[in-house]
Design a protein around this ligand. Sequence first.
Ligand code: BEZ
Length: 240
Amino acid sequence: MEGITNHQEFVSMPRIGDQAPEFKAVTTQGEINFPSDYEGKWVILFSHPADFTPVCTSEFMTFASMQDQFKQANCELVGLSVDGLYSHIAWLRTIKEKIEYKGMKNVEVTFPLIEDIKMDVARKYGMIQPNEDTTKAVRAVFFVDPKGVIRTIIYYPLSLGRNFDELYRVLVALKTADEFGIATPADWRPGDDVIVPPAGSCGTAKDRMESGSDDMKCYDWFFCTKKLDKEKVLDKVLKK
Ligand code: BEZ
């Protein structure tokens, strides 16, 4: 692959199911110990390439505007870029005082934004992807559960702003899977049918295909869904 270099020294990629790597960091809201400060809560750790850039500004305004929605689902937000604290403070002040975008204005970012000038945290979390950029973090998103386990990782390139409704959907789906012992099908949203555990774990395939129960539907022996009320989902997801 001509023109592509392997930068092995940068490579540390936490994986789904791993304990989130620990670090201490200075943020716009004081020092944090990650993930221990967030024990008992969900937390989304996300990186952006640089302060004072347009895509990142649109993302911060959107995420900050949705912060209460995430908080109600017991989820905190923590941002990171390889800029310094004073850059972060100046950028967040500019966002609050000057930027009006898509009906959002006076947007105050009250979640912590990590300064990571030495790229220690960014490297630990595989946020520096050198064939994309050697000096900026990509747009990484880590969903960490109340026990400090990484449950979902999503990466976007520098040029692509994230969809924060999708990030909220992911959080709700993860919590729903934990609470109800189910899986969620493509494009699932609360109120849609959910996937029940594979045959063998409860009843035989034949039982299931013939069960005829009102709230369960089998498309084949390996693919059964059941109803799960939106209210039940929201009740559980918004509590814990
Ligand atoms: C942006 O946020 O607009 C951006 C940041 C780094 C590279 C490209 C775009």
